[in-house]
Each structure stands twice: as structure tokens, then as C-alpha cells.
Design a protein around this ligand. Structure first.
Ligand SMILES: Nc1nc2c(ncn2[C@@H]2O[C@H](COP(=O)(O)OP(=O)(O)O)[C@@H](O)[C@H]2O)c(=O)[nH]1
Ligand SMILES: [Mg+2]
Length: 344
């Protein structure tokens, strides 16, 4: 085994933008190494500069391809880019076709791009909590743009995308449904809709479906614009209509089949436009509050569930299950007893 580097050394390396230090710090977080907390807390004050961009949507809509193309568009502006793929089907995580692998290799040869993937973890909340930590490390390393790809199925994945400053929901025509995300419940978190695979038939139908949905929503409840969360903080009333962000529906062709990708630079500009909107109004402060509320909720849930696993012996859980099954205890009463034991 190689020498274990002191957390202080990794902190210095991270803040200097050293890629090796970054990779090692991420490994510590993923391995739940004891030094991870020291590193995370040590760099925290230096975070908050990077633009977190969540990219979510159904599998196969072209998220990974689009993230790739976007990374290059940002690089074209001289900006540095980090990519975190939290998607088991992503080329970044190994589920790639050969062509995707080749593109990925091209991208990773660029020192201005850092790519990292995270596989889905078994335990409850583990993935969301670990990605919160990894994003913090990427931010501390000074990347201008931090792209997070998550597949838009499952609460944890949607939650990760929603903790970004700017969230893209990617749709594609011809996946059997006009708008796949309606089912997954990710529409509410979109700041920008992307209809990728605009070279495919049915693209206008998908665009129209999204625009109609947005139109209906505009006439309806306004409070949806602020990410709903269980742990709600006292937020000032929503911004006035003049300051409201108009969610665009943009078409892209992320693959470069014999030419240039299409619409990707317009998407890059929309993303930048959203950040400007956040920064110029009170949007950034609100978004940060809601991001932090979500983050804390994730960490608290994870900590509690770990504590439960660590402090409640399996026999005791089995005893509760047995008591409920025999109708000696109601499910609520059993849950209350467990919570009392954890907090008492
Ligand atoms: N025709 C077409 N195919 C695309 C486009 N973008 C991605 N693809 C292809 O769609 C497939 C799925 O892409 P991928 O990026 O892995 O989707 P993900 O599962 O959402 O990450 C791959 O074969 C891509 O080459 C596009 O704009 N047009
Ligand atoms: Mg993918």
C-alpha cells in the first residue's frame, strides 16, 4: 500500500487545483475514509464559486453525449469543466458503446476537463450524500463549470440533479412517450428543457408537449418554481413576474454525425443566461438556500439511517417486524419506538 497522504496535504493540493490530490480526496470520500471529513471541512470555506449544472432525464435521451458536447463548448470559452456522472448506464461509468468511449477519451486528454463517475450504492441515501461531498471537492478545486449527469429515475438521482444551480431536463423524441419525464416527476426541477436528438422524427411533437405543459403551469400554481423540500426554510415571497425566469425549451443534436453538433452553443448560452439571472436577482441566494436545505436533509437522513443500522441490532428490527405482523404493534408505534431509541 502506498503512503497515506495527510489530509492537510490533500487540502493544500486541492485548493491549488492539483488533479492527483483531487482524485485521492474523492477516493477517500467514496471509501468513507476517516480523513474524508477533515478534508471536506477543510476546503468548505473555499467553495461556492463553481457553477453547478445538473443534467437529468430518461436513459438514452443522450445526456452523456450532451454533457460531452457541452464540456467542449465551455472549453471553447476557455473555462475549466468537471463532470460527475452518477448514472449506471453512462459511458463515463463504463456502460458505453465504443463510439462514446472514444469521445470520452478525447475529452479526458484535456487537462482543463476532469471526469469522475460514481456507481449507485447499496445503502440508503449513500449515493446522494457521497455526491454532495464529491461536488464540494470539485468546487474547491476551482472548476468554472461542474456538470452532474444523473439518470432521471429514482428519487436519489433526481434529488442530486435538483441540488444544482441550473438544472437541465433532457428529453428525446421517439422513446415511446411524448414526454418521458412526466412519469418520473422531474419536470418541476427543470430550469431549461432540452429536446435532444433533434435530428430524429417527432421532435416538434416533444417540443410542443413541453411548451404546453409549461404554459399550463404558468397559469397555475406559482409556488412550484421554488424547489419543494421537506425541510423548508422561511423564504421571502417569490420574485415578481418581471423577474421570473422563463424556462426555455431548446433543441439539440449532441452527436456529431459527420459534422457539428447542433444547438449546443445556444444551450451553453442559455445555461450562462440562467446563471446571470440567478446572480443579478435574488435567485442565487434563494437557490443557495434551497440547495443547502436539500443538502442538509440528505446528510441528516443518511446520518440517521447509518445510526439506525449501527445501533439497532438486526434481531431487534426482526422483533419489531414480528410484533407488527402479529398485530401487537401498529407500524406507526413500531417506528416511533425505533426513533425514540435513536434519539433518546
Ligand atoms: N441521432 C442522435 N443520436 C444521439 C444524439 N445524442 C446522443 N445520441 C445517441 O443516443 C445514444 C444514447 O446516448 P447517451 O448519451 O449514452 O444517453 P444517456 O443514457 O441519456 O446518457 C447513443 O448511441 C448516442 O450516440 C443525437 O442528438 N442524435
Ligand atoms: Mg448517460
Amino acid at each position: 500500500m502506498r503512503r497515506s497522504i495527510a489530509p492537510a496535504e490533500l487540502i493544500d493540493g486541492l485548493l491549488a487545483g492539483n488533479r492527483l490530490a483531487l482524485a485521492r480526496a474523492i477516493s477517500r470520500v467514496e471509501n468513507e475514509d476517516d480523513g474524508a471529513r477533515v478534508i471536506l471541512d477543510g476546503v468548505f470555506a473555499q467553495t461556492g464559486r463553481g457553477h453547478l449544472i445538473g443534467v437529468t432525464g430518461a436513459p438514452g435521451t443522450g445526456k452523456s453525449t450532451l454533457v460531452n458536447a457541452l464540456a467542449r463548448a465551455f472549453r471553447g470559452q476557455g473555462e475549466t469543466v468537471a463532470i460527475l456522472a452518477v448514472d449506471p448506464t453512462s459511458p463515463f461509468t463504463g456502460g458505453a458503446l465504443l463510439g462514446d468511449r472514444v469521445r470520452m477519451t478525447q475529452l479526458s486528454g484535456d487537462p482543463g476537463v476532469f471526469i469522475r463517475s460514481m456507481a449507485t450504492r447499496g445503502h440508503l441515501g449513500g449515493l446522494a450524500a457521497a455526491s454532495v461531498d464529491v461536488l464540494q471537492l470539485l468546487d474547491s478545486a476551482g472548476f468554472d463549470r461542474i456538470l452532474i449527469e444523473t439518470v432521471g429515475v429514482g428519487q436519489a438521482e433526481v434529488e442530486i440533479a435538483a441540488t444544482a444551480h441550473t438544472t437541465l431536463v433532457v428529453e428525446a423524441p421517439g422513446l415511446g412517450d411524448e414526454v418521458q419525464a412526466i412519469k418520473a416527476g422531474v419536470l418541476e426541477i427543470a430550469d431549461i428543457f432540452v429536446v435532444n436528438k433533434a435530428d430524429r422524427p417527432g421532435v416538434e411533437r416533444t417540443v410542443t408537449a413541453l411548451e404546453m405543459m409549461l404554459e399550463q403551469r404558468r397559469g397555475g400554481v406559482r409556488s412550484m418554481r421554488h424547489h419543494g423540500q421537506v425541510m423548508s426554510v422561511a423564504l421571502p415571497p417569490t420574485t415578481t413576474a418581471a423577474q421570473e425566469w422563463t424556462i426555455p425549451v431548446l433543441k439539440t443534436v449532441a452527436v456529431e454525425a459527420g459534422g457539428m453538433a447542433k444547438g449546443v452553443d445556444a444551450l451553453r448560452q442559455a445555461i450562462e443566461g440562467h446563471r446571470s439571472w440567478l446572480v443579478e436577482g435574488d435567485g442565487m441566494a434563494l437557490r443557495e438556500e434551497s440547495r443547502i436545505a436539500r443538502t442538509l436533509e440528505t446528510l441528516i437522513q443518511t446520518a440517521l439511517s447509518r445510526r439506525m443500522q449501527a445501533t439497532l441490532p438486526a434481531e431487534q428490527i426482526a422483533a419489531f417486524i414480528g410484533a407488527v405482523r402479529r398485530r401487537e404493534l401498529s407500524p406507526h408505534a413500531a417506528a416511533d419506538a425505533v426513533v425514540r431509541q435513536l434519539t433518546g
